[in-house]
Design a protein around this ligand. Structure first.
Ligand SMILES: O=C(O)CCC(=O)C(=O)O
Length: 238
């Protein structure tokens, strides 16, 4: 798909609400080809960009990286990717959480962005993401382990506001501030729902703080083309 077809990120919406619809990054044939390599029996696959060449190509494609660059600037690293397959009938719920904080690190919201790509239609019935618009402005929250299988990390307090469904067509996606609180319910349709989460950071974007950060207003963006010290993973190709 030509990069010129990719809708520019609505930065003012992203800054105000903490998320924006983005894409398309792949047309129907490309999405079908991407899904073809995926193990349908694995509900979660960690870092598929390292093991599935088509996913690796997609994550580093001009379509996807142009979206990430529009939000955090030119120098990009892939911090993490994962695939989620919500099988029909499986009670797979991802509890409310923020992508930018876990047991290991806290991402600088001005230097990190999540891109979530639908590899099948993600309707409300299929378990599309539910987001709490504006919740990023409250900063990182305290976390706890959920009492569900796998004990995933979830926010410790009450829900941060009103949940809004963010349906996404296959091949399209969402850009999310790493502090945006979101969850996804089970898939109630008859077909699997497949989503790819990609977290991009600039080379200075991954911190080691684990304490919640105080609320901030809008993140200050690094200047476009910020090329601070490069360590760790190689950068994405320009
Ligand atoms: O794919 C899903 O349903 C969950 C995705 C999610 O919460 C995330 O990508 O952070």
């Amino acid at each position: 798909m030509p990069v010129s077809s990719v809708r520019p990120v609505n930065i003012s919406r992203y800054t105000r609400l903490g998320y924006a619809h983005v894409g398309p990054w792949a047309d129907r044939a490309e999405v079908d080809a991407l899904r073809a390599g995926i193990d349908p029996a694995a509900p979660v696959t960690a870092n598929p960009h390292l093991t599935l060449p088509a996913i690796g190509d997609l994550v580093c494609s001009p379509e996807v990286t142009a979206t990430a660059r529009a939000v955090i600037g030119d120098a990009l690293l892939i911090e993490n990717t994962f695939l989620i397959i919500k099988a029909p009938g499986a009670d797979m719920v991802v509890p409310p959480h923020q992508d930018g904080t876990n047991d290991h690190l806290t991402l600088d919201p001005a230097r990190a962005v999540t891109l979530w790509l639908a590899l099948t239609p993600a309707s409300a019935d299929a378990g599309c993401l539910r987001v709490a618009p504006g919740s990023h402005a409250g900063g990182y929250r305290r976390t706890r382990r959920a009492d569900t299988p796998g004990r995933p990390l979830t926010i410790a307090g009450p829900p941060p506001g009103v949940w809004t469904a963010a349906p996404v067509e296959a091949g399209h996606g969402l850009a999310m501030d790493p502090r945006l609180v979101h969850f996804s319910p089970a898939n109630r349709t008859a077909t699997p729902r497949v989503g790819l989460n990609i977290r991009f950071v600039t080379p200075a974007g991954a911190g080691c703080a684990t304490a919640p950060t105080p609320p901030t207003s809008h993140p200050s963006r690094p200047p476009p083309g910020d090329r601070t010290a490069r360590e760790g993973n190689p950068p994405c190709p320009p």
